[in-house]
Design a protein around this ligand. Structure first.
Ligand code: DAT
Length: 172
């Protein structure tokens, strides 16, 4: 049976992991966290001294995911999206969180001052939404609010409906 691939993107802390895992458990689709995948496979290409983090080896990440993406039924979670092949995704969701809410979430994670500031700016300037629009067809890119538990529930219900429709339309 054919199943869709879904991309969840947005600034760190907006709730991609929370939504992705819940969606996977309710829909039976597979959840892939690209950050975890890179850590497990050491899919890195150097180290960024300024941001104090390893640099993702995007080509190796794409190679690693290619076969499961061609099969379908994968929910991908990453705070970036311009290096994934456009053909992979049937729909793209960019999660958005109000600055004050996001600030508290990132503070709880223990981010340093610079990382906090950079991520809040990333959200203010809608960097990931712009990146998604530049990388995928406009019609498949959707923004979702992700501030409170009610938003999570609404987003899950909305995406579950979309998945069911997609599967129905592609079976036969
Ligand atoms: P991300 O994967 O985008 O970095 P996350 O899923 O780890 O984000 O969520 C960051 C924190 O915010 C985490 O403590 C769970 C919380 N959270 C996520 N979505 C939420 C929502 N809709 N309402 C309230 N809290 C939420």
């Amino acid at each position: 049976m054919l199943r869709p691939n879904i991309l969840l993107t947005g600034t760190p802390g907006v709730g991609k992991t929370t939504l992705g895992k819940e969606l996977a458990s309710r829909s039976g689709l597979k959840y892939v966290n690209v950050g975890d995948l890179a850590r497990e496979g050491q899919l890195y290409d150097g180290y960024d001294e300024e941001y104090d983090c390893p640099i993702l080896d995007e080509d190796r990440v794409v190679d690693e995911l290619e076969s499961q993406m061609s099969e379908g039924g994968v929910i991908v979670d990453y705070h970036g999206c311009d290096f994934f092949p456009e053909r992979w995704f049937h729909i793209v969701f960019v999660l958005n969180t109000d600055n004050s809410v996001l600030y508290k979430r990132l503070e709880t994670r223990g981010y340093n001052e610079k990382k906090l500031k950079d991520n809040i700016q990333c959200e203010i300037f809608q960097i990931l939404y712009e990146e998604a629009l530049a990388s995928y067809s406009e019609e498949i890119v959707h923004r979702l609010p992700s501030n409170q538990p009610e938003d999570l529930e609404d987003n899950i219900n909305q995406i579950m409906k979309w998945i069911e429709e997609w599967i129905k339309d592609h079976s036969s």
